[in-house]
Design a protein around this ligand. Structure first.
Ligand SMILES: NC(=O)C1=CN([C@@H]2O[C@H](COP(=O)(O)OP(=O)(O)OC[C@H]3O[C@@H](n4cnc5c(N)ncnc54)[C@H](OP(=O)(O)O)[C@@H]3O)[C@@H](O)[C@H]2O)C=CC1
Ligand SMILES: [Mg+2]
Length: 333
């Protein structure tokens, strides 16, 4: 009975995902369908790339999903004619089958305070918000911000210098003179949690908030494979040669520009930290990791603990959790 229910739920989920992906694809290809979906969809507002959020309790924030007419009314109240709404960008589809869009109202010189007040929300920097957003909402807000940023910095064709035109969904920009079509880009980054069997290796850059340690990461060079980039980055940053590379998962990471994080585990031999690349890198025991994971420490608080780790939405966090589980299963074998 339990298995039957589970299979039923899984097939409904699959059906939903399949339909929503097809729907999104259709909206990307059909400007008129996308415009009509916008009028019936949900819109998330940003002001100069800062998302509008609502506080549900002191520790949790959620993005505010507004309808087309709600945004129109807010824009009118703040002195705009609402034509800006057409600049909304498609970001996804909700479980209720509403198309989801994002819109940056910063361009219109509208006052962010009065918009936030009218929407009963607050504009909060994504680096702070990332720690406070729940579940699937963090990646959605990150994707929205990344797409808005991509449009802002890709207004001109690299070949002709002319203005590029976006499609209604905002999934591409094209130059009418050169016929070049530009698509949103992510830079591939390899991120690895290195282990010596008993301890895992975490490092910090001097630009990190005090006490934050994370898995080693680096941009892939042109022509490199994932494995080559991983071996090079670890050798450059801590002077180690890695073996047993095991792929874990991937994620889109919006900071500072869009990266495509490819996360792996690997094992090694002795450390030799390059202090130009990293401020520090050290081995952490399972007990130290367990202790650091208990710290609920957003980086803007004054009394920061000695060591804390990336938030649960970061793939580095996932690598650390996987490593800890692996240690547990080795201990119980
Ligand atoms: N999601 C997660 O869990 C984590 C994500 N990250 C992310 O991983 C990314 C890479 O980590 P980081 O250690 O900084 O990388 P690197 O170790 O590669 O160092 C960054 C330097 O690489 C050079 N570089 C080469 N290619 C690029 C490119 N396409 N874009 C920008 N810089 C490039 C730049 O140097 P120069 O300016 O000298 O050319 C830059 O200063 C960062 O965006 C970081 O936010 C990091 C840790 C955890
Ligand atoms: Mg690095």
């Amino acid at each position: 009975m339990y298995i039957l229910c589970y299979l039923c739920i899984q097939s409904i989920r699959y059906c939903f995902l399949y339909c929503s992906r097809r729907y999104i694809n259709r909206l990307k290809e059909n400007d008129a369908a996308c415009l009509s979906a916008l009028q019936n969809g949900h819109i998330f507002l940003f002001h100069r790339l800062i998302p509008l959020l609502q506080c549900s309790d002191p520790e949790t924030f959620r993005p505010i999903a507004l309808t087309y007419s709600e945004v129109q009314s807010v824009l009118h109240k703040c002195g705009s004619d609402g034509s800006l709404l057409k600049e909304s960008i498609l970001i996804g589809c909700s479980e209720q089958n509403h198309a989801q869009f994002c819109l940056d109202v910063g361009k219109s010189m509208l006052d962010s305070f009065s918009i936030a007040q009218n929407c009963k929300g607050t504009f909060m920097d994504l680096r702070k918000a990332f720690f406070l957003l729940e579940g699937a909402e963090a990646p959605l807000v990150a994707k929205a911000q990344a797409l808005l940023q991509w449009h802002q910095i890709n207004r001109f064709c690299g070949a002709t210098g002319q203005l590029t035109q976006r499609n209604q969904a905002g999934s591409q920009r094209a130059c009418s003179s050169s016929s070049i079509v530009y698509y949103p880009k992510m830079s591939p980054v390899v991120i690895v949690l290195v282990s010596d069997g008993k301890r895992c290796l975490l490092g910090r850059q001097s630009s990190f908030p005090r006490g934050l340690y994370s898995a080693l990461a680096g941009f892939c060079d042109m022509g490199e494979t994932l494995e080559e980039a991983l071996r090079r980055e670890v050798a450059e940053e801590v002077g180690l040669e890695v073996q047993n590379i095991i792929y874990s998962s991937s994620q889109h990471w919006p900071f500072p520009h869009s990266s495509f994080m490819l996360a792996c585990h690997a094992t090694v031999s002795p450390l030799n930290v390059d202090h130009l690349e990293l401020e520090d890198a050290r081995w952490f025991t399972e007990e130290e990791i367990t202790c650091a994971l208990q710290v609920k420490a957003p980086p803007w608080r004054d009394h920061r603990p000695a060591v804390w780790l990336p938030p649960k939405h970061a793939v580095a966090h996932r690598l650390i959790m996987e490593w800890r589980e692996q240690q547990h299963s080795q201990d119980t074998e």
